[in-house]
Design a protein around this ligand. Structure first.
Ligand code: GTP
Length: 239
């Protein structure tokens, strides 16, 4: 990227499914390696990077919930899945030579640091990637809500949601050939049209705290670089 980045501190939300790549389950080393290289490029541009990762590639509660599993237990299992993903990303990012710390909203000190906001901000200021795992640490909240919360807490200039398509569409583009991509949306529009960008809690949090969001295609090489250079037209902007 030439020139000064348009953002100083970003928070990137990755779904757990994003880490599967071509696999049906678990973590694809090709994907973690690709992401690590993309993130390295962003860090080298002088932008601070925080990550929030989901856990759906390892554990999804719905099936077990239908079979009667307690919702809170299912959510705790999902939170632990995000820690596993956080550790995999930590390993991949470290292997491309970028310093990184995993923090967890649940206390599991033998495995990673606790989430401490001020410590996270110091890590970011020192050029370390910080991976926020275990969601918000509470059941009944999604990792999208965790991403919104952490983005607000660390004063991120931009929240990015990495998806398999290049933005938000009027309908699912994989099912509807005439689906149209939005270049820009307000949170109120996304909420009233019930566009499946993020769950409503996450969107309301972002709206009420003025978080700028860009939904983009994570598989497109260089997309992150373009976005931090200020080109948000590569995805859909929500504000
Ligand atoms: P500075 O404050 O800048 O020195 O940050 P630092 O992270 O390098 O120093 P610190 O001494 O806090 O951590 C050293 C290493 O221990 C880092 O890899 C941390 O991620 C890790 N670490 C720190 N706290 C914990 C913890 O509670 N549990 C685990 N498992 N690792 C931790």
């Amino acid at each position: 990227m030439s020139g000064k980045p348009a953002f100083q501190r970003i928070l990137l939300k990755l779904s757990g499914e994003a880490l599967m790549g071509q696999l049906n389950f678990g973590i694809s080393p090709d994907v973690t390696s690709f992401l690590a290289h993309e993130i390295k490029g962003v860090i080298e541009s002088g932008v601070q990077v925080a990550l929030v990762v989901g856990g759906g590639n390892i554990f999804r509660g719905e099936g077990l919930a239908r079979a009667g599993m307690d919702r809170v237990t299912g959510d705790h299992m999902g939170m632990l899945a995000t820690v596993i993903n956080g550790l995999a990303l930590q390993d991949a990012i470290e292997r491309v030579g970028v310093p990184v710390r995993v923090q967890s909203a649940l206390r599991i000190n033998e495995v990673c640091e606790d989430y401490i906001r001020r410590k996270a901000v110091r890590h970011l200021e020192k050029g370390r990637v910080v991976i926020f795992s275990a969601g918000t640490g509470n059941p009944f909240f999604t990792t999208d809500s965790a991403a919104a919360l952490r983005a607000i807490e660390i004063n991120a200039d931009l929240m990015l949601k990495a998806t398999k398509v290049d933005g938000i569409y009027t309908a699912d583009p994989k099912k509807h050939a005439d689906a149209r991509r939005y270049e820009e949306l307000t949170y109120d529009e996304a909420l009233s049209k019930r566009l499946g960008v993020m769950d409503q809690t996450a969107m309301v949090l972002c709206r009420d705290h003025g978080v700028r969001l860009c939904v983009y295609d994570m598989d497109r090489p260089g997309a992150l670089q373009a976005i931090i250079g200020g080109d948000l037209s590569i995805g859909t902007r929500v504000h």
